[in-house]
Design a protein around this ligand. Structure first.
Ligand SMILES: [Zn+2]
Ligand SMILES: [Zn+2]
Length: 140
């Protein structure tokens, strides 16, 4: 299913209507790297006020449309795996640069195998790598 169709279906199945504001927020998150609430608000360029954005993101989190990446005391928002392709991130702990990490099927299989040792199936995971990016290494 196309991510946008799944988005509509998820709202309807949970008795939430497909509103213009909700669709705008979803579209702002599509094909993007994880964004802070401030970045997301800026991308929406005044089409949605701050309070509405927070309400929508809270709803999206409840429905697992988005997920939160905790980066130190801050967080970024991105579409959940079902609405996006599954990937990992690498984040610079100094400047906050976040990049998607290339797909590694061996790693995916290892994580699944590990979970199966505990008797878990249909597992999902998030993996965050933190470190210093090349630019920040050069500065110090
Ligand atoms: Zn950096
Ligand atoms: Zn993975």
């Amino acid at each position: 299913m196309h991510p946008q169709e799944l988005f509509y279906k998820t709202l309807k199945q949970n008795n939430y209507s497909v509103t213009n504001a909700r669709t705008l927020v979803f579209e702002a998150l599509e094909h993007e790297e994880p964004m802070t609430m401030a970045e997301l608000l800026a991308k929406l360029g005044g089409m949605i006020d701050r309070a509405s954005l927070y309400r929508i993101i809270t709803l999206f989190e409840k429905l697992t449309i988005v997920q939160r990446l905790q980066i130190g005391w801050k967080y970024k928002i991105e579409l959940a795996d079902d609405f996006n392709f599954h990937h990992h991130h690498i984040t610079c702990k100094n400047c906050g640069l976040t990049l998607p990490v290339r797909e590694d099927l061996t790693l995916e299989a290892s994580i699944r195998t590990l979970a199966m040792e505990y008797g878990f199936t249909e597992t999902t995971h998030q993996l965050e790598i933190h470190g210093l990016c090349p630019r920040c290494q050069n500065k110090s």
